[in-house]
Every structure is written in structure tokens, then in C-alpha cells.
Ligand binder design. Structure first.
Ligand code: PLP
Length: 360
């Protein structure tokens, strides 16, 4: 069977080249006599895979020396608790901007451990925009400000970062990591589950400024303390070895593609094809204000639920998978992460044009 164009929000498509390399190395990695899945994480073969992955991530994201890179488990959702447990510890306060479900989950989890404050929200318009903030909106005594950089469900993205003064900014970049360059030095911490743009589910990448590590609350479980993982090179216990190996292959693929500037150019080109079509269509329309549109997740509607359902069903038959919108918002959503080839977007738009003609 031919591979379909998979527009899933996550887990999502991986680069074909990554899958082919993984397939070729499945039975034996190099001259090791074993699959990466079977290797001891304490072996020198595996340590080399791990070190190369970290080095390549540091290179492509241009991560400064004073930041630690951790490969953890538990998904981005575990970070919702780890962040307050480790960082809401100076003044016991943190500011959150609510731009959707993930941001809200992070906020609610933090509220269990201290004084989490909702600074701004775009809930009034179904999270279809990024709320504007100024430096004065933030509590200078907050231990950090948390944002969700790209809102996977609603299709919005921060194109300008909030001005938080000296308060460290923390961003959930689960659905936009590696999609374009990011100035790591502007953040106290970045984190991302891997299953949107990096690897299969199972590994969570944390990039944290070193001076922020080491102040966890006493109640913090050992496994949820950044110090534990930082002091043990992310190998306090067994890391998600295979997912880290695939992440390493993705990092190499991105390097070969020309790095994050090249990914950005490609992603902008892909997104433009879809947004231009939506802006000119008589049937379909995008749901996000133009200035806050995501490059990765593109929600759209016809305005008629029956027609939406028909479109989802027919698109699946035509080989375009997972275009149904998130269960909480309905409509459609095309997730066009790094691994979605430009032909996938071009062919989707052709299909949408045809659907529009047939259902006018
Ligand atoms: C998918 C997603 C999450 C949840 O990730 P898990 O790894 O499943 O916990 C959190 N935040 C954002 C922005 C996401 O897209």
C-alpha cells in the first residue's frame, strides 16, 4: 500500500528518509550485532548515539553553553508539573497566558503547587488569536512566565514574544520545535514532546538555563527533579532509547535539509499555499486571525457541520488522512509539520478546489 499524506496533529508524519534509515538499521545497528531497541543504555554504542543526537540538536538550534539539554519521559504533560515543582520556588508565584487547552492544563497543574495567575486569555474568541500583553501585565516577582508558543489545537502561534523583563520566559514548543529558528537565549526554558516534529512519542526534550536547575521543592519526586536528570546525563534511569535514536536521525535530516532557516522557508511556503487558498475560497475559511497564524497547524471550516463531515470522509478516501479537527472545536485541521512534503499540501489544495466545485 502507498503511504498516505498524514495530516495528524500528533503523532504525525516522520521524514521518509528517517524511516528508511531506521528500517535498514532495525536488525543490526552498525557493526553492533544488535538493534538499537536491544542495546544497553550504558553501552558505548548507545552513548555515542545519544551524544551525537544531543550535539546535533545543540548545533541546529544554536543552544548556548549555559543551557542543559535533557531527554526525559512523561510527555510534555509531565512538564506541566515539573515546571512549578522545580521553578515556582523563589516567590511561589508564576504568570500564565492562556492560549488554549495545553496552556490551560499547564496553568491548572501549576495552581496545585503555588500562586499561578492567569495574565491574559483568548478564550473569549475560541482561542483564535494570541492575546496582546505588555511588560506591565506581568508580576515582576513571578518566578516565571509560561506560554504555549504554538497552539496545536487552535492553530495560533506567537510571532512576537511577550516582554517579561527579568522574569524567565518558559515556552511549550511541542508543536513548533525545529520548524524555524528560535533564539534560545530569550527563554529560561523550552520543552517539547517529540511526537509532533521530532520522533515517535516517548521522549520529551527540555532545554533549560543551568542556573534555574537545583531549586526544586522538597516534595518533588526524584524523577521529577531536573537536577536528577542533569546530574546523570539524562540517564538516571533507562531513557527512552529508541525514541532518542529516531530524534537523532531527524536532527541529521534537518541538518541535511539546510538547518532551521531552510525548514522555515519550506514551512512558510507550504503554509502559504494553504492559507492563500483559504483566503480566496468561497467554501472554506481559516479560523485564526491572519497575524497569529501557525505554520504547523491550520484549522479551517466550511461553516456547515454536515459538509465538514463529508469533506473529512471524502478526503480520507482520496488519501489525505486525519483532517478532522480536534474533538473540542470541530471542523478540519491540517497539521503540516516538517515531514509533510510540499506535494502533500499542493495535492490537498487541489482536492479542496475540486470539493468546492462539487459542493458549491
Ligand atoms: C501535544 C501537545 C502537548 C501534550 O504532549 P504529550 O507529550 O502528549 O504530553 C502539550 N503541548 C502542546 C503544545 C502539544 O501540542
Amino acid at each position: 500500500m502507498a503511504r498516505v499524506y498524514n495530516f495528524s496533529a500528533g503523532p504525525s508524519m516522520l521524514p521518509e528518509e528517517v524511516l528508511k534509515t531506521a528500517a535498514a538499521e532495525m536488525m543490526e545497528f552498525g557493526e553492533s550485532g544488535q538493534s538499537v531497541m536491544e542495546m544497553s543504555h550504558r553501552s558505548k554504542e548507545y552513548q555515542a548515539i545519544f551524544d551525537e543526537a544531543e550535539a546535533n540538536l545543540r548545533e541546529i538550534m544554536n543552544i548556548p553553553e549555559n543551557y542543559e539539554v535533557l531527554f526525559l519521559q512523561g510527555g510534555a504533560s509531565t512538564q506541566f508539573a515539573m515546571i512549578p515543582l522545580n521553578l515556582m520556588t523563589k516567590n511561589g508565584k508564576a504568570d500564565y497566558i492562556i492560549t488554549g487547552q495545553w496552556a490551560n492544563k499547564a496553568y491548572k497543574e501549576a495552581a496545585r503547587y503555588g500562586a499561578a495567575r492567569e495574565v491574559a486569555s483568548s478564550k473569549d474568541k475560541t482561542f483564535s488569536y494570541i492575546p496582546k500583553t505588555t511588560a506591565a501585565d506581568f508580576d515582576p516577582e513571578a518566578d516565571y512566565v509560561h506560554i504555549c508558543m504554538n497552539n496545536t489545537i487552535y492553530g495560533t502561534k506567537y510571532n512576537t514574544l511577550p516582554e517579561t523583563g527579568d522574569v524567565p520566559l518558559i515556552a511549550d514548543i511541542s508543536s513548533c520545535i525545529l520548524s524555524e529558528p528560535i533564539d534560545v537565549s530569550k527563554f529560561g526554558m523550552l520543552y517539547a514532546g517529540a511526537q509532533k516534529n521530532v520522533a515517535p512519542a516517548g521522549v520529551t526534550i527540555v532545554i533549560i538555563r543551568k542556573d534555574l536547575i537545583g531549586n526544586a521543592m522538597d516534595i518533588t519526586p526524584t524523577m521529577l527533579n531536573y537536577s536528577t536528570h542533569s546530574e546523570n546525563g539524562s540517564m538516571f534511569n533507562t531513557p527512552p532509547c529508541y525514541a532518542i535514536y529516531i530524534a537523532g536521525l531527524t536532527f541529521k535530516w534537518i541538518k541535511k535539509m539546510g538547518g532551521l532557516e531552510a525548514m522555515k522557508a519550506l514551512n512558510e511556503k507550504k503554509a502559504k499555499i494553504l492559507y492563500d487558498f483559504l483566503d480566496n475560497s468561497k467554501l472554506f475559511k481559516g479560523t485564526v486571525v491572519p497575524e497569529d497564524r501557525s505554520l504547523m497547524n491550520v484549522p479551517f471550516i466550511t461553516g456547515n457541520e454536515e459538509l465538514d463531515a463529508k469533506f473529512v470522509a471524502e478526503s480520507k478516501k482520496a488519501g489525505f488522512y486525519n483532517l478532522k479537527g480536534h474533538r473540542s472545536v470541530g471542523g478540519m485541521r491540517a497539521s503540516i509539520y516538517n515531514a509533510m512534503p510540499i506535494e502533500g499540501v499542493e495535492k490537498l489544495v487541489e482536492f479542496m478546489k475540486k470539493f468546492e466545485e462539487e459542493n458549491a
